[in-house]
Unconditional design. Sequence first.
Length: 364
Amino acid sequence: MTLINLSAKLRIKIKTGKTMKHIFIIAEIGCNHNGDKNLAKKMVEEAAKCGVDAVKFQTFNSSALISRYAPKAEYQKETTGTADSQLEMTKKLELSHDDFLELSSYAKSLGLVSFSTPFDMESIEFLEKTGQSIWKIPSGEITNLPYLRKIGSIKCENKQIILSSGMATIEEIQKCIKILVESGTPKNQIVLLHCNTEYPTPDKDVNISAISDLHKHFPDIDIGFSDHSVGSVAAVGAAALGICMIEKHFTLDKNFPGPDHKASATPDELKELVQNVRRMEVIFGCGYKVVTDSERKNKIVARKSIVAKVTIKKGDIFSEENITCKRPGNGISPMKWYELIGKTAEKDFEDDQLIEDSRFDNQE
């Protein structure tokens, strides 16, 4: 199963008057398996139980990815300490190619889409040989010209590129997309993810309103959200802004060793996110202000009609002294108030009785 085959779920443009469709949700396993295949397998199982559409791994050769002089990010220092380098830390998080293939096959057997982000040229070549059609470009590679050209030029059936935009300006994103298109990937095969590359992202920096800005600058490209914030609030809010995809880092335990666990969702949190996003898909509605079937029956209960304030005899003149407005709402509408005043009563009415008059229709 490929991403493009889920077109009914993924290829979504939310516009006024359109019902929101299925948002494609990815559990980013990443390197939170800590290099342990058995832990990774358990994560796949738990992600499936949460109701996500896909799981994503990361494929890399640490030595090809990181210079031995590369410093750790501040969040990595906070979560893993300073005793080892970024290269040494990352080596511990690698999965073998055989392990990835086994895990990907297992995920697909559970009905999940499975793919991996390559972080170096060797990993791109490996994943291309597996027949992978979904290519995730991480935020850190958005200015890596050789990398972008290589992924952009890949020829495969049902190709889809998912581009994260953390740390990037609009101009950098535009250049990146131009490179991908010139390398052979059309815009309709690209999904652009709004993203902030801080783990976890402070609420003040999540900036989901930027999704609207991305829609404006990239009208021909589907927009998604890579959520590194705490909880599910940001993802649910983003769901109402016309996104087609949500990616969320996933862990079995925030206290596991490793750089990303504390910024990742636990199974309970991921399940809640999925449930709330699915609820938002329904809540979003049709885009028009309409009277719904569920509320229509309450008109008679909540609205008012013109009723007799006192006893009225046939031939009396309707006035503010003998009529008033009360529930229920199945008689003459109060909007006809001034049209009724001055008319002659066609029959007798007791106080509180609905006014009936052949010259006026009752409310529906």
